[in-house]
Structures are given as C-alpha cells and as structure tokens.
Design a protein around this ligand. Structure first.
Ligand code: SF4
Ligand code: SF4
Length: 100
C-alpha cells in the first residue's frame, strides 16, 4: 500500500499530502480537512438570503443550517476549495487568506 503521508506537495506555501484516502465508511468526521486550507470562507449575513446553494455544493459537508435559516461553516472541515464562494448567487461569501 502507498503511504500517502510520505508524499508531500507544496500548495500556496503549505505542505499537503497527495489525494485523500478514506479507508472505511463513516470515517469522514475523524478527518478534519480544515488543516488543508490556505483560504477560508467568510459569510456576509447582510447579503445571505438562506438559499442553501453553498450547503448543497460543499464537498466536505462543512456547511450547516442555523436556526435562523441561514448557513454557517464548520472550519474544522472546510478545506478552502472556494466552491461555495464561487456559486453563491448573492456573492455573500468571500475567501480570505488563512492566518496562521
Ligand atoms: S449560497 Fe450564499 S446566499 Fe445562499 S445560503 Fe449560502 S451564503 Fe447564503
Ligand atoms: S470553501 Fe469549500 S470546503 Fe469550505 S465551506 Fe466552501 S465549499 Fe465547503
């Protein structure tokens, strides 16, 4: 078996491993993909209309509905891909550089 931990790439000055292999079902909650992130999404709740498009497209399932009908992002699982920001019809999500 390939040891992916030993294969490193540099992406935006961050060292990342190649690919992502989940070896058993139901293990995604143990894989906190937030550590991969070089940018983070920030929601402007003045613009957000609660349409849920960000929630439906997030590949990490990192976006959850709040009791007020709007959506929030769990940064433990957000990998910073920017899909939510690109697809938000109200342009209410901005990707900002991750601070260390
Ligand atoms: S896609 Fe944009 S407007 Fe729709 S819920 Fe997400 S942040 Fe709000
Ligand atoms: S940046 Fe990517 S992983 Fe993070 S919340 Fe948006 S769609 Fe999900």
């Amino acid at each position: 078996m390939i040891d992916f931990e030993k294969i490193k790439l540099k992406v935006n000055d961050k060292e990342v491993t190649i690919g992502a292999v989940l070896e058993s079902k139901g293990s995604t909650e143990k894989t906190k993909t937030g550590a991969w992130r070089s940018k983070r999404p920030v929601i402007d709740y003045e613009k957000c209309v609660g349409c849920g498009i960000c929630w439906s497209l997030c590949p990490e399932g990192a976006i959850k509905k709040r009791p007020d009908g709007k959506f929030e992002i769990n940064l433990d699982y957000c990998k910073g891909c920017g899909i939510c920001a690109n697809e938000c019809p109200k342009k209410s999500i901005t990707m900002i550089i991750e601070e260390k």
